[in-house]
Ligand binder design. Sequence first.
Ligand code: URP
Ligand code: ZN
Ligand code: ZN
Length: 453
Amino acid sequence: MKILIKNGTLVNADKSIIADILIIDKKILKIASNIPTSDEYKIIDAKDKYVIPGGIDPHVHMQLPTPAGPSSDSFYTGSKAAIFGGTTTLIDFVTPTRGQSLTDALQKRIDEAKDTITNYSFHVSPVEWRNSTKSEIQDCFTKGFPSFKVYLAYKNTVGLNDKEFKQVLQTVGKIGGLVTIHCELGDEIEESRNKLISQNKTSVEFHPVSRPAEKEAKAVEKAIKFAAKHNCPIYIVHVSSELSLNLIKKAQDKGQTVYAETCPHYLLLDDSKYSGSFDKTAAFVLSPPLRKKSDQDALWNAINQNTIQTLGTDHCPFNFSQKKIGLNDFTKIPNGAGGVEHRIELLFTFGVLTNKISINKLVDITSTQVAKTFGLFPKKGIITKGADADIVIWNPKTERTISSKTHHQNCDCNIFEGFKIKGQAETIIRGGEIIVKDTKLSNNISKGKLLTR
Ligand code: URP
Ligand code: ZN
Ligand code: ZN
């Protein structure tokens, strides 16, 4: 397919220009002003619209197995929702069961993801340390999956102890990979949750009490210390608090490679969401929990100071029937919420339009830095000659209200319910194919591509 995008404002992380973009087959062939039209080209007029690189969400959990059943978006429904929000690439997770090899789990997850309609890739999670783990990590790395996710929380299921964590850092550091980390002190949180339940403190308001910012920050401190010792670059997922940010900034200032990600819910929602009845509060049970308004301010500042590099969604929705398993015990509520569809529109409305960040910064943290950090740049994350044609035409004028009644995420609730948003991914090109035209998904859209990195 040959596509010519005319008159748009092309926005990359470093600058914005008015230019035409010629796409031939799957790649960007030319960027210039006034590229002549031709009958061979499908012409898209992007006047008064932004033309931005396809979003890359570095943190999603589609159909994640939990005791309350899988997270409610399948790879198909979740990737469809992502596309409507302007995201053309997702990075999900390979989470083996204990005893299963990382390589088997990787193959199984690749099979599960076959209906994904965005491009997609995976971080691989060692959930224990066995004799073969070192060679399994090497194997995954060689196959093109160089980022490894560890959980310092969730000690009963996927969390690692300190010895196992150090072994992962040492191994991944040596082969040149990246360790991504869920930072919360698992043992202390487990103890605190058990204590609260034994005191009959079972309602949702005790979820944030059991996982305070101090326990996130202490885990961040440990991760930074261990990573420095083992010379391994790290990426801290879903950073929620000012306390953690201070530690990350200090390490970065000393020259250590520590990347940080935050999520829209930490920028826009706070812990007041935990007061009220179960049906009003259960949707907000996610970890780390929502924090204070002051933490939100610190996160916005950290984006502008480059302490935070990326915005992921940690998309992990559950229907109310699944959340309800924890009606009488908040520790049983499956952790997580959806958001893959809303990442860019929320950032545009509450970041760019309020002058908290520039449109270039939006592109940087939703696409460019993600591509750079996870080995996809410069094929992805930038609109430039030779790059893959993953492009979003963004109409800044559209106004809508987020609702579970109209969203594409497969979930009967939405933590951003009622948020009034401006701006919409109007036309989307993925790999040179127009997959959304004037906000309508094309018929017979092809499957997304599995990306090795
Ligand atoms: O509550 C959350 N974040 N659920 C998804 C799994 C994780 O911790 O990232
Ligand atoms: Zn996590
Ligand atoms: Zn997550």
